[in-house]
Every structure is written in C-alpha cells, then in structure tokens.
Design a protein around this ligand. Structure first.
Ligand SMILES: O=P(O)(O)OC[C@H]1O[C@](O)(CO)[C@@H](O)[C@@H]1O
Length: 535
C-alpha cells in the first residue's frame, strides 16, 4: 500500500513543517544561489528551474525515496523492456521505440519492433517528399496545396499541437487543417476554404471505428464526389493512418495508401508514429527526425539519469507532492509562446486520460488522490484572464511556465517582453505582496488588503533554447514520462481509457432515437432531453 510506505509517512510529517515555510524566506537566506543551483536540472537541451517550489533538498530526497519504495524505477524498466504494462489490454507501451536510435532494440511480445517502425518511417518520408515536391498529385494532375487531418483525441491533439508549435518551419506550399469535432462546423469551415483537386485527406484513427472520425471522413468523401472528383480518383486524395487494415479497406482506402501503427502505441503517445504524418508533411522529414531525436534524448535521460537529476522524475514527484500531500486539485500549464498554445490541450489528454483513474492495477480502489485537473493557456494571455485567481484566490495551484529563450520570428522587442512577463509571474507567485510590503509603500489601510498577494505559490520554469523540433520533441517526451512516473506511484494503469467507453456506448441508442428509432429506457432527465431534441 502506497500510504503505508515509510517514505509516505515521512513525507506526511515533513509536509506539516513545509506548510508553514515561506519560499521567500528560503530565498532570502544567504544560500539562495545554492538553492537555485541544487534545484535546477538540464536534460536533452532543456533547463528546469524548480527552486520556486515549497521544498527543501530534504523534501526531494524523501520524494525520491518514495519513488524507490513504490517501484517507479522498476516500472520504468518494465515499460522500456516492452512488458505488458497496459495490464487491462495486455499490451506493451512502447512509444519510446518509435523514436529509438539506430541499433537500439525494443521488443513487444518478444518480437523486435524496430524493422516495422523503420519501414513505416521510410514510407512516411517518401510519401511526404512526394507531396511536398509535387510528385504526388491530385486526380487531375494538380499539386497538393491543402492537407486535412481527420482524427480525434490522440489522433488529433498531438499532431495538431506539434504542427502549431513548429509552424515557423512549415512548408509555405502546404496548408494544414485539422478536423476533430463531429459537430460539422469545423469540417464545413475547412471545406469552404479548400479545393478538392488540390486537397489531401489523412483519415487518422487507431481503431478506424471512432464515431467522430468516421463521420467526418464519410462527409469529406461525399464532398469530394459531389465536387467532381471521380470515385477512381479518390485514391489520390485519401490516405489512412491506422492499425485496422480491414476497416481501412472497407472505408474504400487501398491499404497501399495506409500508414500502419501498432497496438503497443497508445493514442495519446502516438504522434511519433504514422499519426505524425501530418507533421512530416508540414515540416518535412528532416525536421520530424529532429523531433524524434529530441524525444529520444529525453528517453535516454529518463532511462539513465539518477533520480535527483532526472527531470521527468523530478516533475512527476513534485506533482505527487502537491496532489497527495497538499491536496492540490489542479495544475496550470502556462506556455509563454503562442506556438505552444495547444500544448495544454495535448497534456490534458496525456495526463487526465492516463491517470484519471480510481482503481489500482489489481482493480482495488485507491485510497489517495490521482491525476489533478490539467488546464492552462498560452501566456501572456492567461495573465489577463485567470491569473488573478492564482495570485489572490484560495487554492494551491502549481504552475509550469514553459518558455523558449529565442522567438520563432524576427519582430524586434516582443520576445524580451514575453520572457520578462513569464519570469515576473513566477517571481510574483513565489514572493507575493504582504500587507507590510504594501503599507511600507504608503497605501491607504482600507485598500491594502485588496492589493495583497498571498505568494508562496509554487511554479516550475522550463526553458527551451528555441522552438526547434528537437526541443519540442524533448518537451513532449518529458511530460509523457512525468505522467508515467505519477501513474507508477499511484499504481494505476496509465495506458487504458475504459471510462470514455461508457459515454460512447450510451450515445448509440440515443442517436437511434434522435433519428426516429424506437425509445430505449433512460432516466427521466435524459428521456426528456431526447424528447425535446426530437421536437
Ligand atoms: O484513434 P482512434 O481509434 O480514432 O481513437 C481516438 C481517441 O479515442 C480514445 O480512444 C478515447 O477517447 C483516445 O484514447 C484516442 O486517442
């Protein structure tokens, strides 16, 4: 039992002390520089300063002791060894194999996966080169100008986020579009902007059965046919990314135009696989290789660095510290870069679909908190929206500031303002503004309480050298491994997602009823809503 471990008990006691410690006092001591040096770490080109946390070196030692006692390192090694760590689906979770260096060998179910991975990557390279250089053309011989990725969840969020993050490297000849929502609005808007003869569609779905994706794919296919593309010409406009060859064929896409991936790749860990085809098309294979190399560098770091120097372990255990010992319910992601604006959405699926669980691997209920709510938006926008609550609200909400040191553009003057605001927010959250501070400035006593900022709010600051594919790859892999560390501590299966199935199952009979079919039994509220919708 996690809560019976010696380190858990030691942390429970230690937390009593740390609740009363103010970070500004820790920084005010003469060893402030030493604190920063001790509580900073480098990995895969990223720099993490985690000194603005409610911790001391003793806290970190205890957290790593907990990781050791809870078997996190053994769990990591089992994942890397290709064991079936996804225990309910009896699958390995080998996303690291998708970005392995040549010569590294990973096996799923005892079979080496490297050759299959390399073969698909080679096909992705050849295909994307052909589309990008105009060799692959639409049915009437025109070059492709627009690519639509139709997918949802992991088949959308990862590639959409990466294309946005690296849009400064995108081919000016290819416009990328992403459709996920089944509501038809996204698809209608995109189809109004593209021409069928010059549009390539990627139907991206691990299962090739997902309601949203298949609905959007069928509507798009109908749109092509209605706009003069003959059935025989569709092969120039549709490719598939999937694990399900039969369903791809049944949809009408030749398996020769299918880019395969495998059941040991979880949807939310799949942007490194053929699911990243849209990324390759957008930024080119060389850049995609650098993205993989950045993730690989983080994988090697995670696999080999000592716990106290191990960035994913540090971030993961800090998350456990606040979630389990301070009962913090949510965590805020604040990338100070519009290019990274979709990163919090990617993380929402990564963390909450992975660790939003309440039973342990053996099916028994957990007796402690699991995944916090992950939320956030790009800075500096967030400052003018919800940061008030971070500074003056009631809850403890750790913040991760993520910022590239160089801008992906050449507009003068902007980036220093981004950095200044990012650093200032971390400083303000940590330092706060006490009544004494305010009174010393001569503020009227009635106004003073309204100006006070509680401070002592924890944050991490993660610096990327620039928005290079390598740095973005390392960043995403860092958070994948952070999620893994936390799942291992909580002893839950971070690789299944049975909870989302229930809603999918219940939607089927409701859809039949909305389409005029017979009624099914429902609770009174749902039945009334269906009656209203039917009119
Ligand atoms: O790629 P698929 O099979 O269409 O699934 C899409 C998404 O649906 C889920 O299975 C559940 O929402 C995700 O885990 C997955 O990324």
């Amino acid at each position: 039992m996690l809560t019976d471990l010696p380190a858990w008990n030691a942390l429970t006691h230690h937390c009593q002390t740390m609740r009363t410690v103010r970070m500004r006092d820790l920084f005010a001591r003469s060893d402030g520089d030493a604190r920063v040096a001790t509580l900073s770490v480098e990995a895969a080109g990223l720099h993490l300063d985690y000194s603005k946390n409610r911790i001391t070196p003793e806290t970190m030692a205890l957290l790593m002791q907990l990781a050791e006692e809870a078997g996190v390192l053994a769990a990591r090694d089992a994942m890397l060894a290709g064991e079936q760590v996804n225990t309910t689906e009896h699958r390995a979770a080998l996303h690291v194999a998708l970005r392995a260096a040549p010569g590294e060998q990973y096996c799923a179910n005892g079979e080496p996966v490297g050759p299959a991975v390399a073969a698909v990557l080679a096909r992705m390279r050849d295909f994307s080169d052909a589309v990008r250089n105009g060799t692959w053309r639409g049915h009437d011989g025109q070059a492709i100008t627009d690519v639509i990725n139709i997918g949802i969840g992991g088949s959308d969020l990862g590639p959409r986020m990466a294309c946005r993050a690296l849009s400064h490297l995108a081919s000016p000849r290819l416009r990328m579009h992403f459709v996920s929502n089944v509501d038809g609005v996204e698809l209608t808007e995109i189809l109004a902007r593209v021409q069928p003869a010059t549009t390539l569609v990627i139907v991206c779905s691990k299962t090739f059965t997902t309601l949203e994706t298949m609905t959007n794919a069928h509507s798009t296919r109908d749109w092509f046919l209605a706009h003069g593309v003959p059935e025989a010409g569709l092969a120039r406009h549709f490719v598939a990314v999937s694990t399900n060859t039969d369903a791809v064929r049944a949809f009408g896409i030749d398996p020769a135009n299918m880019f395969e991936f495998w059941d040991w790749v979880g949807g939310r860990y799949s942007l490194w696989s053929a699911v990243g085809l849209s990324i390759v098309l957008s930024i080119g294979y060389e850049h995609f290789s650098e993205l993989l190399a950045g993730a690989h560098a983080m994988d090697r770091h995670f696999a080999t660095a000592a716990p106290l120097q191990n960035m994913p372990m540090i971030l993961g255990m800090l998350g456990v510290w606040y979630r389990n010992f301070f009962d913090s319910a949510s965590t805020c992601m604040a990338p100070y870069s519009a290019s990274l604006e979709l990163f919090p959405f990617h993380l929402q699926q990564l963390e909450m679909e992975s660790n939003g669980k309440s039973v342990r691997k053996d099916g028994t209920p957990v007796s402690y908190r699991t995944s916090p709510i992950v939320w956030g938006t790009a800075g500096t926008n967030g400052q003018h929206a919800y940061f008030e609550l971070l500074h003056q609200g009631m809850q403890l909400i750790p913040v991760d500031f993520i910022v590239p040191l160089k801008a992906p553009h050449t507009l003068p003057g902007h980036h220093a303002k981004v950095l200044a605001n990012c650093f200032a927010q971390g400083e303000a959250l940590m330092h706060g503004r006490t009544l004494d501070d305010i009174t010393a400035q001569g503020v009227e006593p009635e106004l003073a309480p309204h100006l006070a900022c509680r401070g002592n709010q924890p944050s991490n600051t993660l610096l990327l050298p620039a928005l290079t594919p390598h740095a973005v790859g390392a960043l995403v892999a860092l958070y994948e491994h952070r999620t893994f560390v936390q799942g291992a501590i909580w002893n839950i299966n971070s690789f299944d997602q049975w909870g989302v199935e229930l809603g999918k199952v219940l939607a089927k009979p409701i859809l039949e009823e909305l389409n005029g079919g017979a009624s099914h039994p429902h609770d009174a509220s749902t039945a009334a809503l269906i009656r209203r919708a039917r009119g």
